[in-house]
Design a protein around this ligand. Structure first.
Ligand code: TYM
Length: 323
């Protein structure tokens, strides 16, 4: 089995990204798996080149600090394989329809109210499909919000194979039982997100412990006053229970039975999150202090990834009549 997944280097990697994705990758990875810092995706909205460069480094460091071992799995930066990912993206743009892309909810959300929406934002899911299909992944560990993009990648793989022959593996999304959709602490009806203008409900992986504590202690709950796992009527309390459960390995429903009030729930959640994120934050900082080591890891990952995908890209170019 080959797993592939990616994360955008935005500098705002949060607890949702960590519990929904990074930690899942760290918990289970082998020599056939690939994890990628998707810097090409990060330029689909307005960006500053120097900031992008720095954040791609930080995201690579964080992935390793979170526990993805680059001596086991292949850890690489997407733009290091821009020729390969770019080539398959073009081919898949000639497989996908305009209407399919126009239906993507993430595009509609991100494009809303923006001037000069980049075409790259529109074709974003095609680049994502290319990432996955280029590397022959069959499992893609992601949070809930990527399901629609994964469905599109499946559709494109099947359509490509039906038109040109069985070259591409049809992937499937793998989401964690708890933590696939961490909600915003200040507005628990929506997901925790990098792009929500207000950061008070978003715990960043790099936030210092005191700030993490403050954000969690101020989390929105409700007037009911009882600790119950009830996503529909108590989304804020349920979110805290899920976060606590994800950090401690305990069942959130059982936790609901043993915690006496909202203050205790928040205290315990804050402690658990701080302890969970501490090694990731400290490890990221330590790695960033050693640029030579990080450069070496990056170069090694790119070399491995390229060697592994070349034959698949050659097959794609051949069956489509380009070679
Ligand atoms: P990105 O960078 O937005 O998010 C990285 C991962 O974090 C998950 N996630 C969440 N999980 C739980 N709760 C949340 N509130 C939450 N918010 C985000 C996302 O589902 C994701 O798994 N398009 C992708 C990056 C990408 C990719 C790929 C992923 C590019 N190519 C190929 C998989 C395979 C994205 O923007 O993720």
């Amino acid at each position: 089995m080959t797993q592939f997944s990616g994360i955008q280097p935005t500098g705002l990697t949060h607890l949702g990204n960590y519990l929904g994705a990074l930690r899942q990758w760290a918990l289970r990875h082998g020599p056939d798996d690939l994890f990628c810092v998707v810097d090409l995706h990060a330029m689909t909205i307005r960006h500053n080149p120097n900031v992008l460069r720095a954040r791609a480094r930080e995201q690579l460091a964080m992935l390793i600090a979170a526990g993805v071992n680059p001596d086991i799995a292949c850890v690489f930066t997407q733009s290091d394989l821009i020729e390969e990912h770019g080539a398959l993206t073009w081919v898949l743009e000639c497989v996908v329809s305009y209407g399919e892309l126009a239906r993507m909810t993430q595009f509609k959300e991100k494009a809303k109210g923006q001037d000069g929406v980049r075409a790259g934002l529109f074709t974003y899911p095609v680049l994502m499909a290319a990432d996955i299909l280029l590397h022959g992944a069959d499992a893609v560990p992601v949070g809930d919000d990527q399901r629609q993009h994964l469905e599109l990648a499946r559709t494109l793989a099947k359509r490509f194979n039906a038109s040109y022959g069985e070259v591409l593996t049809v992937p499937r999304a793998v989401t964690p039982a708890v933590g696939a959709r961490v909600a915003d602490l200040a507005a628990p009806e929506r997901k925790m997100s990098k792009s929500s203008g207000d950061q008070s409900g978003t715990v960043l992986v790099m936030d210092p412990p005191e700030l993490v504590r403050r954000k969690i202690m101020r989390a929105v709950t409700d007037q009911i006053g009882e600790v119950r796992h009830d996503p529909e009527h108590q989304p804020g309390v349920t979110n805290l229970l899920d976060i606590l459960g994800a950090c401690t390995g305990a069942d959130p429903r059982l936790l609901a039975g043993e915690i006496r009030g909202y203050a205790e729930l928040k205290e315990r959640t804050a402690e658990a999150v701080i302890e969970e994120l501490r090694p990731v934050r400290e490890g990221t900082t330590a790695l960033l202090a050693d640029p030579a080591e990080l450069d070496q890891i990056r170069a090694h990952g790119a070399e491995r990834a390229r060697a592994r995908c070349r034959h698949r890209l050659d097959a794609v170019l051949k069956v489509t009549g380009l070679r």
